[in-house]
Design a protein around this ligand. Structure first.
Ligand code: FES
Length: 113
């Protein structure tokens, strides 16, 4: 269980291949569910200001809707310009039918289902 759980969302609200934006601890967070696991990252692009949850999720690649920068949801690293700074990641766990998300940035740890 992640420390300082800030928000929980229903597992059913994030089918595989989709993402879900939420707020936790004063931060905007996007939860991405891939076939590799569930990941939570800051939802605001590090390039300018756009909500990544309004972009696209292709496998483990999260693509910004504004200028097309892309990030790896597994660790937040930049995969494609124009962003140069990685996204902060947040720890997640599944408890029953809920996803629990910590607002504190954390080391990326994939959550296999
Ligand atoms: S705001 Fe995301 S790439 Fe520019």
């Amino acid at each position: 269980m992640p420390a300082e759980i800030a928000v929980t969302i229903a597992l059913a609200d994030v089918p595989e291949g989709t993402m879900h934006g939420c707020a936790a601890g004063g931060r905007e967070i996007v939860v991405c569910r891939t076939k590799h696991g569930i990941y939570a990252l800051d939802n605001i692009c590090t390039h300018a200001y756009a909500r990544l949850s309004e972009g696209r999720l292709r496998g483990t690649r999260l693509i910004c809707p504004l200028h097309g920068a892309s990030f790896d949801v597994r660790d937040g690293r930049v995969l494609g310009a124009p962003a140069t700074r990685p996204l902060a990641t947040h720890s997640v766990s599944v408890v029953g039918d809920r996803i629990e998300i910590s607002a504190a940035p954390a080391d990326p740890k994939p959550l296999a289902l």
